[in-house]
Structures are given as C-alpha cells and as structure tokens.
Design a protein. Structure first.
Lengths: 323, 389
C-alpha cells in the first residue's frame, strides 16, 4: 500500500496541539505487529532453529522419498526375497544395499521409513487442521454467545473428554473400513476439545473488553465480532496449542497403526512397522524396531521443542498457558 | 448550541434529540444457592432526562452510581429492564439489535479506557475503517482516503495508518477512538469518561478537540465524568447521579453556584480550590459512611443515610425530581429539604444515627407503621429548622 503524499506530511496538521512525529516524505510507516515481534523472538531462539531445521529436513525427506526410492532402486513395497531375507526368512541387518536393513518381508527399511514420514506428517498436519478449525469454531461460539449455546457445547466437550480416546478411536476404526483419511478424521475430531476449551476461556475474558463493546456500538454482528475482533486475539494461543498438537496427532496415528486399526498395510507406516518388529526384537533384529522408532522419536521431539519455542515467543513473560 | 437551556420542553419538542423516560436497568446477581430469592443490582433505577440538539449533557456521580450503565442503555449495548429511550423520534427501548443497526450510525460512543477500547491486534487504519466495513460503505482506496481524512481531522498523522494501537500515546489513542466515533457524523456521541484516564495536559487537548468537532458538525454529547471541573467546563446541562438515580439536573453554571441537593453540595465542596486562603476558609463537607449497596438501596431518598439534613420523611418517601425554591423548570432536584443559597451543610448535625435506626426497623417503616415516620417527626428533626418553606 502506498501512502497518499499530499496529506499533512510537510505542514504538520494544525488541529489542537498534537505533537505529530515528523517523518521523511516517502518513507512508509508501518507498525510492527505482535506477530512480527513473536517471529523475531522465535528467530533468536537457538533450540527453535535446530528443531525447525530438523522439521524441514524431515519434510524434505518425506517429499523426496520417491526420488530416494528410484535412486536406490528399491520401491517401498518391493520385496527382495533373495537378498532381503536371511536363510530363515528373517530381516537382514543394515548394509551398503539396505542402509537400515530390511523388514520381515524383505523390504528396504530405509525407504519405508522415508515413506512412513509422509503418512505421519500428512496425518499430523491435517488432523491438527481439523482440530484447530473445530476448536476455534466451537470455542468462539460457546465463549461469545454464552447461555444455552455455551451449555450445549460445554456438555458435549465434557462427554467427549470422559470417553477414553484410544478406546473410542479403536471402536470407530474397527467398525469402519480403515484408511488414512479415517485416521485423520478420528484424530482430528477427537482432539479439538482441549483447544475449544482454551479458546472459550480466552473469549469469555476478552468479550468484556471495551473494544468488543465498541464494535457492538458500531453495529457489528456476532460473527464479525467473533472472527474479526476476537479471533486475532486468541490466535496466539491457538498457534501455540496447534504446534503442540501436531506431535500428539503423529503419536496418536502411530498408536492406532500399532494397534492395527490405523493405516492399512502394505502402506509404510511407523506405527505399523514398530508393531510388526516387536515380535522380532527379542531375536536380535534390533534395526527393524530401532529405525522406525527413532524416526518417530526425532519427529515428535522436533515438533515438541519447536512448539515450546513458539509458546515462549508468543508469551515472553513465560508460564501462563499450560502451567 | 443552546447555551442557555430553556424550560423543560413538551414531550414532542423537535428540539429534543434524546428523551429517556423512567429508565430502569437491573442486573441479576448470580447466586449458586438454589432456593434463594433472586437478587438484582439496581444499576439504573428510574432515570428520566432530555438531551437537546447541539447541547452537551454532563452526567456526574461517584463510581458505581450507574453513569456508565445509563450510557450503555441509551446506546442499546444493554437491554433495558423497563422505561423508554426515544432517540430522534424513534423509540429504541425495545427494538432488536438488527433493527438498531441503522441507528447505530447516529449514536456513537467514546470509551474511557484508551487502551482497552482499541483492539490491540488490529491496525489503526482498520480500526477507524470499522464503521465503513460494518455498514458496507466505501471500500478499498476510498475507505482508506476517508479514514485518513478522519485521522487528520482529529489531529493524527494520516501516515500512521498502518500502526498498531500500542504504538500511540494515551491522548493519541483517545483521538483514534474519537475518529472512529466520528466516521458517520453521528447525531449523538456518548462520551463515557473520555478523559479520566488521561494526563491533565492531554485532557485539555481532547476536550478542546471534542468542542471543535461539536462546533463543526453540530454534535450532541452526553458527557460522563467524575471530574466536576471538566463537566462544568464542557456541559450546558448537568445531571448528578447517585445510586442509579438522578438527584439533580441543572444548567451547568447554576448547578455549581446554586446547588439544591445536599449531595451536589457535598460533591462541590470536595472540588479543590487553587487558592489556599479560600480553601482554608471554606468548610468541607465530609460525608459519613459508604455508598450503600445497589442490591438493596435505601428506601425513600437514596442519599438519606449519609445526608446531614435527613429527616424521617426522607426515609419514608422518595422525593420527586422537580424545581425547588422557585427555580426555573430547567433546574430540578430530588430532595425534601433542598439547600438554600449560601447555606452551609456543615452546620447541620448529621442525623445519620437516627436515620440508621430507622433503616433497621425498615420493615415496619415500609408498612407505614413506624411511629416516627408520620407523627413523631419533631423528635427526630435536625437542629436547625427554617430551611423549608
């Protein structure tokens, strides 16, 4: 946006007696938004930078997994019965051909771990997206409208919170046809409750502010107040919580797959790989468990550390949200 | 501008922009106990007033006297418990928020807290542009041009369009609030303590700005404050509020020179005088006790437990708001024993103990069974008589 230069830059506005700061003509005056301040604090945080670099690396590895597969010449579901299995039909240890060894079906574990990252990231991000959308919507309406709407939403959340997550997820997955999308839906829908509560609490304290009254005095309707006036003010908490929700969603997805109600085989998935490998671990096939577990650990750790830093950046006074 | 408020006009006077009739606003007190009787805060309890076009109607009162609630009821930010608010010929006391929307352009508010009344996460340009955005007027560069015009008009640098409220000083932020309220050239602007959060030097600037705008656009103000000197400076007519009711309404100068209600007298005596000798000579009236709870307001005249002139009739009967001692119809006071010119309230012995005793037997009193309330007035009367005609 370019400024209109003819207004009050050279001759200071004479109304009343404000001290208007003289600004060189042509220089754009732009305030630093609270977002920008948070971003700058985040940039100064070393742990955040390392964690973010790790996340970028994981994303790149996941995106370019097909490239690695074609470079190595091993497909994610390609079985190497001749060289990928030992004499007993078990997995072979890491070598020049199979960097992470192979799994019980003679497939390249390295390639499968890379493809597994795709599933984990997609589920993590999309499930968090669903959860944020629902959490913000229900939190805002419950908090701002109050009354009967609030009561209904609050009771609904109470009910959802009182049902054990895994039990419900397993039952839903069991009666439906398991697929990647179902997992995303289950994880997303079942994890919006905490976010809705956080948003609702924030909105209840914010709606007493005079700027909300000012908006009402101007004739703004409830939807405008909720999404234009209130949402930007709860966005910091939403982003902080969302950044911590991603690793949670990744772990939830892995858990469901571990319990074989998640992403169906033969799709490469960390949770499923860990489940398959658990019966081989005691016979010395350590790599089969080690690499998927390590991948899961690094991914969730990176997201968690990054989420922590995001929280610190948005709330420099520390504590506050989860303490 | 009507500098000299003339006699109270007839109800259909086109000169009256806002008429409030017997306005009542109760807030329920939320109680956790199940079978407890429902209780209410009597925030505004039967207020009637008229605001004439182009004038400034000042409202003064202590914290908790219901000034801000009254303002928000007039602006229909609150629903009204009972009574009527007639704005520019429209009865707006019962209409829905949706039907209120077009009228919102004509009634605007300026808020007390220059920090809290501006959304901290939005740029100043979009805050001042809000009225245009909400009512779908002037989009894009046209909106920006009008916003910058407004900013210039209230003495802000239009180049600061993209800044956030936190980057402005208190006075500048209040100017942002003024610009936002001014966007549609409203007929009525309700200023809810617009300067009480500002430094004294900045107060003058904002008050002068408001006065300039009033002269330029013919605005009508309802100006709420607890600073009497500010109210005296800006207002044509002043209403004094106590515990949700108006105790006295008068032309500004008359109220400050010839107060009728003892509460007004006590308030005025608390205004500091910038002359040590005059200040020493003057006797300050220190009111006894605290403001009673608005949940269970005192019977009769609400000021009676603290009034030095209280007599039993003040406890039993609510005094009407009407002219006293031959005042013009523009000067009304709700008092059974109004003050005469030059009368010193400090000379009266506070009959607070007697009054309190009366409250304790309040149940009887309400039934009219209390002996002192009707027949035995003499035994309770204040030491000095002769101020009632």
């Amino acid at each position: 946006m370019s400024m209109v230069p003819e207004v009050g830059t050279t001759d200071t506005v004479a109304v009343a007696a404000t001290t208007v700061t003289e600004v060189p003509v042509g220089r754009k005056i732009e305030g630093r938004s609270p977002w920008r301040l948070a971003y700058e604090r985040l940039r100064a945080d070393r742990a955040a930078k390392i964690a973010f670099g790790t996340i970028i690396l994981i994303v790149l590895l996941a995106v370019f997994a097909p490239l690695f597969a074609s470079a190595v010449g091993h497909g994610p579901n390609q079985q190497f019965i001749d060289i990928g299995e030992n004499a007993n039909g078990g997995p072979v240890p890491p070598s020049g051909t199979f960097w992470f060894g192979t799994d019980s079906n003679g497939r390249d574990l390295f390639i499968r771990v890379l493809y597994g990252a795709q599933i984990s990231l997609v589920v993590g991000v999309l499930a968090t997206g669903i959860s944020v959308a629902l959490g913000v919507l229900f939190g805002l309406t419950a908090g701002y409208l109050g009354g009967i709407v609030d009561s209904i939403i609050a009771r609904m959340i109470d009910v959802m919170l009182s049902i054990p997550f895994l039990l419900l997820a397993i039952s839903i997955a069991y009666i439906s046809h398991p697929s990647e999308w179902l997992v995303i839906l289950i994880v997303g829908v079942l994890s919006f409750t905490y976010l809705a509560r956080i948003v609702r609490g924030q909105v209840i304290s914010l709606k007493a502010k005079e700027y909300v009254e000012a908006a009402r005095a101007l004739g703004a309707g409830p939807w405008r107040i909720m999404f234009i006036d209130l949402l930007p003010n709860v966005m910091a908490q939403v982003i902080v919580y969302a950044s911590l929700l991603i690793p949670l969603a990744i772990v939830s997805e892995a858990s469901l797959s571990f319990l074989s109600v998640g992403v169906p085989p033969p799709t490469a998935d960390w949770g499923a790989m860990i489940a398959d490998s658990s019966s081989y671990f005691q016979y010395g096939y350590w790599w089969y468990l080690f690499f998927p577990a390590l991948a899961l650990l690094i991914t969730t750790l990176a997201f968690n550390i990054f989420g922590d830093s995001v929280r610190d950046a948005f709330d420099p006074r520390g504590g506050g949200l989860f303490v | 501008m009507t500098v000299n408020p003339v006699p109270a006009p007839a109800s259909d006077d086109p000169d009256v922009l806002l008429r409030v009739e017997n306005l009542v606003k109760y807030f329920p007190v939320t109680s956790r106990r199940l079978f407890q009787e429902k209780m209410y805060v009597h925030a505004v309890d039967g207020v009637s007033l008229e605001v004439r076009r182009g004038e400034t109607f000042g409202i003064v009162g202590e914290t908790g006297s219901g000034k801000s609630t009254l303002a928000r009821c007039v602006a229909r930010l609150y629903d009204i418990t009972s009574g009527r608010v007639v704005f520019d010929g429209h009865d707006i006391s019962r209409i829905s928020q949706r039907r209120m929307r077009p009228l919102r352009r004509e009634i605007q508010m300026i808020f007390q807290d220059p920090i809290g009344s501006l959304n901290p996460r939005r740029r100043v340009g979009s805050i001042i542009g809000d009225p245009f955005a909400i009512h779908g007027i002037a989009a894009g560069s046209e909106r920006k041009r009008r916003v910058q015009e407004l900013m210039e008009r209230v003495g802000l640098n239009p180049e600061h369009y993209n800044r956030f409220p936190a980057e402005f000083s208190g006075g500048q932020r209040q100017r942002i609030g003024v610009a936002r309220a001014l966007a549609f050239r409203p007929k009525l602007i309700i200023c809810d303590e617009p300067v009480s959060a500002l430094d004294v030097s900045i107060q003058a600037q904002v008050i002068n700005l408001l006065a300039d705008l009033q002269a330029e656009f013919g605005l009508t103000y309802i100006f709420i404050a607890h600073d009497l000197s500010v109210v005296r400076h800006v207002s044509n007519t002043v209403g004094v509020m106590y515990l949700g009711q108006l105790t006295e309404i008068a032309p500004a100068e008359e109220l400050f020179t010839r107060p009728r209600h003892p509460y007004t007298g006590a308030l005025l005596s608390a205004v500091p005088i910038p002359d040590p000798e005059a200040s020493d000579e003057r006797e300050q009236i220190i009111l006894v006790g605290d403001v009673p709870s608005p949940i269970t307001p005192p019977s009769g005249c609400r000021f009676h437990p603290r009034c030095p002139k209280a007599v039993p009739v003040c406890v039993s009967e609510q005094p009407p708001l009407e002219p006293r001692f031959g005042d013009g119809p523009g000067h009304t006071a709700a008092c059974h024993r109004p003050m005469e010119l030059g009368e010193n309230l400090a000379d009266f012995r506070p009959s607070i103990d007697e009054a309190e005793r009366i409250i304790e037997s309040g149940a009887m009193l309400l039934d009219g069974a209390f002996p002192g309330a009707t027949g035995g007035a003499g035994s309770l009367s204040a030491p000095r008589e002769g101020d009632r005609t």
